[in-house]
Write a protein that binds this ligand. Sequence first.
Ligand SMILES: *[C@@H]1O[C@H](CO)[C@@H](O)[C@H](O)[C@H]1NC(C)=O
Ligand SMILES: *[C@@H]1O[C@H](CO)[C@@H](O)[C@H](O)[C@H]1NC(C)=O
Length: 224
Amino acid sequence: MIGPAQSRSQPKADVNRQLRKHHTTRYYVRHVKDSLTTRISKLICGIFLIILLTVGIIIFILWLSLRPHRPRFHVRDFSVPGLDQANGFENAQVIFNLTARNANQKIGFYYDAMQVTLNYKDINIGKTYLLFPFYQEPKNTTVLYGVLSGATLTVNNQRWTEFQSDRRGGVVVFRLQVTSTIRFKVFKWISKRHKMHANCEVGVGPDGSILVTYRDKRCPVYFT
Ligand SMILES: *[C@@H]1O[C@H](CO)[C@@H](O)[C@H](O)[C@H]1NC(C)=O
Ligand SMILES: *[C@@H]1O[C@H](CO)[C@@H](O)[C@H](O)[C@H]1NC(C)=O
């Protein structure tokens, strides 16, 4: 019983071994093919990642060196001389001193002429134009100084009376608005014009000079 079974199993094992050998060759071929594809896709992935990383670093460096800041406006001084005089409206004056700063490292500002308006209780009472169009270099501050009086200031007796009643309360609040159009210069590139507004609230005391709480205050700046 064992004999024939053994003799029969002998060639079967041979066939099996041959089959296995055949299988292994095919397996290796496929394995080599697979690993080649894997290596190529790994390479492509690697190159892609390197490109991505490089672009990322460049953008980061550009952003660090540009880091855009909007223009900074501060009220340095503001006064209404003669506010304590009863008939002061006859030769009323409003003196302002603002600073506009470009805090950027690399970005320049092209300003068109600036319009400065003075409001009291949301009523426009004064308007003037400052400076001819000018270019502001990075890290530069420009003083915006002006006097509103006569034709540029419309204060009548009634308005002056309102000032006097506010004065008795300790503070007369005004709003100075600076409006201009601005273009940004980055390297050689110049942006289109954007309308810019700086909105400065400022209060004077009974003597007509700026109150400490309003001095050197930063004005909100927005674009439209
Ligand atoms: C306006 O304010 C700036 C900053 O405080 C000052 O340097 C400048 O002298 C002032 N200008 C006038 C005309 O008062
Ligand atoms: C700001 O710019 C003006 C005009 O270009 C220049 O005269 C002035 O020296 C500059 N100021 C600073 C601090 O760079």
